[in-house]
Design a protein around this ligand. Structure first.
Ligand SMILES: *[C@@H]1O[C@H](CO)[C@@H](O)[C@H](O)[C@H]1NC(C)=O
Ligand SMILES: *[C@@H]1O[C@H](CO)[C@@H](O)[C@H](O)[C@H]1NC(C)=O
Ligand SMILES: *[C@@H]1O[C@H](CO)[C@@H](O)[C@H](O)[C@H]1NC(C)=O
Ligand SMILES: *[C@@H]1O[C@H](CO)[C@@H](O)[C@H](O)[C@H]1NC(C)=O
Ligand SMILES: *[C@@H]1O[C@H](CO)[C@@H](O)[C@H](O)[C@H]1NC(C)=O
Ligand SMILES: *[C@@H]1O[C@H](CO)[C@@H](O)[C@H](O)[C@H]1NC(C)=O
Ligand SMILES: *[C@@H]1O[C@H](CO)[C@@H](O)[C@H](O)[C@H]1NC(C)=O
Ligand SMILES: *[C@@H]1O[C@H](CO)[C@@H](O)[C@H](O)[C@H]1NC(C)=O
Length: 674
């Protein structure tokens, strides 16, 4: 191969420490001051020699590749030679606890990865080629976001990716301390960035890939963080490019590589840590430099400060002149400015749309000053009637604090519209994990945790606070999942708006069909019991993976009736979601299904309170004997079906897909009820 002579030309001699004879490429960059890497996307070298892959808040990709092909094996069927590489990197985030996306060391057949997507795809793959064997890409991802579709284990992990972002091996970021062999966490991302050194080694004979991390200036730990046995020969082609890839999303992140050393077939040369360039300072501590630039500049800045403070005070004054009714003034901290929310959601762009529900559309946003991620709900509301009362309630609900409630941060009123600002929940609403097959579903352990969470949140609303708060719209699509997949109830109190808004005489029933308790449609009154009824429907939803009412050609399928029919046949577990597979705890599934049935009792007095529900779930109280509630004689029903017998229950003999037009079980319960 005549590659060798090219390398000597390509790599500046000052940076090139070794180039061993033979085909075995080796290079070292202690900083990239005059390096000749092939960059694309937003990658660039800074003047002090950092390789700055990204620095931005728009979804963009960045690649930096060693410009020449590297020989990984001698012939098509030969095995891949050993190689090792080490690099020092830093991922800076703009604010604590929230981070943009990660980066990756990558071995690829092309220089740069054309067509790859930004954000969660890390500039490695796109939606259509993710997981495709024809990619021939091996990557070591340093990922700072948990993407459930890729089965990411957490939001701070290292993974080995072969041809796709579903890592073949992964581990939380960290290292095993020499000596004690204790695992130490390492945060990949930090405010302003933290330097971390990484080593990636492939042992050709053992066909093992090792990844090791350590904080800057800590020698390479003896125990690798991740060891993955896999023959790379079908993935890696004879000649490949090596480099880095990263991407940004809507949250600010920047990715830097400070130094990089690579060696084919041999021990990689150690980086000279003291020669590496410094990271940029996050906070501008450069006042002293201003002095050296001169007095005029200082004067100019003083004047501009003076001008901007005058502008600020004028603005402030004008802000108070904004149309805000007197009674709203005391809600200052809970009142958001339209402008801020407009900026946060990029003008309510469709791209930021998280979802649309019965009460309005929800947008994602990042508040301009605090950089906090929020969800903004736009509720169209023409009527001014009842608004004061409603806002008072919203503000008081803003004081509710519970780990299973989505925090309401505040509101904003503008013409014909009410904007409600909530905490942002990265994993979206629960219903999409239940119904949008084949997208990932939750396993039983996760579902049970969500159920416990929602029960605890609802209990807090009913009994844990100074006032009784009735949710009025408990359902899977109002349950959001936080980053740890805890279930959090959202949207509480919203249904109330429509109560207040309408004329007092006409009691309009709000809520969602299938979750409305029978007495609620008669009296129009929402009570804790009606919430428990909806919670029952929710339990069945989660355990069965079906909506309370689903439609088929043969008629409506009423979930509660169907579960009841399974129970009365003595096989309540038949009702469970088939997507759960075999990994579930039968006692818990049975408990949840039965609890769903008793909560769905048509007689409000027969339903348990949320306190009982929690005691039952936690096993502190024995499950009430189901027959003692004599479901069949008191009736289990959905109110809107009164007098109707046009629905179907599944035909148990033909499984889940075949439903026979039948009204036997449900009708007998219905008629038994009155
Ligand atoms: C940098 O690499 C490119 C691509 O290999 C090559 O065309 C160019 O001549 C190199 N420049 C220097 C200064 O080595
Ligand atoms: C990175 O971006 C931020 C915000 O856009 C900017 O203030 C900063 O100067 C940039 N840093 C570098 C090194 O380009
Ligand atoms: C590589 O292996 C495949 C199947 O194992 C075989 O068909 C092919 O001829 C081999 N190629 C070389 C160059 O040995
Ligand atoms: C490829 O050839 C080189 C030189 O002939 C040899 O040193 C190396 O071990 C070979 N690699 C493999 C994987 O056979
Ligand atoms: C951010 O993280 C720190 C430490 O992990 C924690 O103490 C703090 O509560 C977190 N802040 C938020 C807003 O989550
Ligand atoms: C995905 O990437 C592949 C490979 O780079 C490219 O050919 C394809 O056009 C890309 N697809 C999309 C939808 O961007
Ligand atoms: C690695 O992951 C890819 C994508 O999930 C899969 O196609 C491949 O079979 C996995 N390989 C191994 C060895 O696990
Ligand atoms: C490491 O992080 C994990 C998850 O963030 C946490 O559960 C664990 O307690 C941490 N361990 C140490 C030693 O800090």
């Amino acid at each position: 191969m005549a590659m060798c002579s090219n390398f000597i030309l390509a790599i500046p001699l000052t940076l090139l420490a070794s180039l061993v004879a033979g085909d075995d490429v080796g290079f070292i960059y202690n900083g990239f001051r005059s390096a000749n890497l092939s960059l694309d996307g937003i990658a660039e070298f800074t003047s002090n020699g950092l390789l700055k892959l990204t620095n931005g808040t728009r979804p963009q990709t960045a690649h930096a590749f060693y410009p020449h092909l590297v020989n990984f094996k001698n012939s098509t069927n030969a095995s891949v030679s050993s190689f090792s590489t080490t690099f020092v990197f830093a991922i800076a985030s703009g604010y604590p606890n929230v981070s943009g996306h990660g980066m990756a060391f990558v071995i690829s057949p092309t220089k740069g990865l054309p067509g790859a997507s930004a954000a969660q795809y890390l500039g490695l793959f796109n939606d259509s080629n993710n997981g495709n064997d024809r990619n021939h890409v091996v990557a070591v991802e340093l990922d700072t976001v948990q993407n459930l579709p890729f089965n990411d284990i957490n939001d701070n992990h290292v993974g080995i990716d072969i041809n796709g972002l579903n890592s073949n091996a992964s581990s939380p970021a960290g290292y095993y301390e020499d000596g004690s062999r204790q695992f130490r966490n390492l945060s990949l991302t930090m405010l302003g960035g933290q330097r971390i050194q990484a080593w990636v080694e492939y042992h050709g004979l053992e066909k093992r890939m090792d990844v090791t991390l350590a904080p800057f200036r800590v020698p390479k730990p003896k125990t690798p963080l991740l060891s993955f046995f896999h023959d790379l020969s079908s993935v890696v082609k004879n000649e490949m490019y090596v480099g880095f890839s990263s991407s940004t999303g809507v949250i600010f992140a920047s990715h830097y590589v400070l130094g990089w050393s690579f060696k084919m077939n041999g021990q990689v040369q150690e980086l000279s840590l003291s020669q590496l360039p410094n990271l940029p300072r996050l906070s501008p501590k450069k006042r002293s430099r201003l002095l050296t630039i001169g007095v005029p500049l200082i004067l100019a800045s003083l004047i501009s400060v003076a001008v901007s403070s005058v502008v600020y005070f004028i603005r402030r004054k004008r802000k108070f002149a904004e149309v805000v009714e007197d009674w709203e003034l005391e809600y200052g901290p809970h009142r958001f400015k339209v402008k801020d929310l407009y900026i946060a959601t990029k003008g309510f762009k469709d791209k930021e749309l998280l979802g649309a529900g019965g009460f309005g559309k929800v947008y994602r946003g990042v508040l301009p000053t605090s950089k906090v991620e929020v969800a903004v709900k736009r509720v169209s509301h023409e009527s001014r009637q009842g608004m004061k009362e409603f806002i008072t309630e919203i503000v008081s609900l803003g004081h509710l604090r519970h780990r299973n409630l989505v925090q309401l941060l505040g509101y904003c009123r503008c013409k014909g519209e009410l904007l409600l600002v909530y905490e942002y929940m990265p994993n979206g609403s629960l219903d999409k994990y239940l119904y949008n097959q084949p997208s990932p579903t939750l396993n039983w352990r996760q579902r049970f945790k969500v159920i416990e969470g929602v029960a605890s949140g609802l209990f807090y609303l009913h009994q844990g606070w100074e006032q009784v708060v009735i949710h009025r719209d408990v359902k899977a699509s109002n349950v959001l999942l936080d980053e740890k997949l805890n279930g959090r109830l959202g949207d509480f109190g919203l249904a109330r708006l429509y109560d207040h808004g309408t004329e007092p005489q006409t009691t309009r029933v709000v809520g969602t069909l299938g979750y409305l308790a029978p007495e609620q449609t008669r009296t129009g009154k929402a009570t804790p019991c009606t919430d428990v009824f909806a919670f029952g429907a929710f339990l069945l939803e989660v355990a069965c993976g079906r909506r309370p009412i689903s439609h088929s050609q043969t008629g409506d399928i009423i979930l509660v009736d169907w579960v009841y029919s399974c129970w009365s046949k003595g096989d309540i577990l038949e009702a469970k979601d088939p997507n759960l597979g075999s990994d579930y705890v039968a006692e818990e599934v049975e408990l949840v299904l039965k609890l769903g049935l008793i909560c769905s009792h048509s007689d409000p007095k027969a339903r348990p309170t949320m306190r009982h529900v929690i005691q039952i779930i936690e096993g502190d109280m024995p499950f009430p004997e189901l027959s003692s509630f004599s479901l069949s004689s008191c009736g289990l029903t959905f109110a809107h079906l009164e007098g109707s017998d046009d629905f179907a229950v599944p035909d148990s003999s033909s499984g889940r897909t075949g439903f026979s037009h039948s009204s036997t079980v449900a009708a007998s319960i219905l008629s038994g009820g009155r």
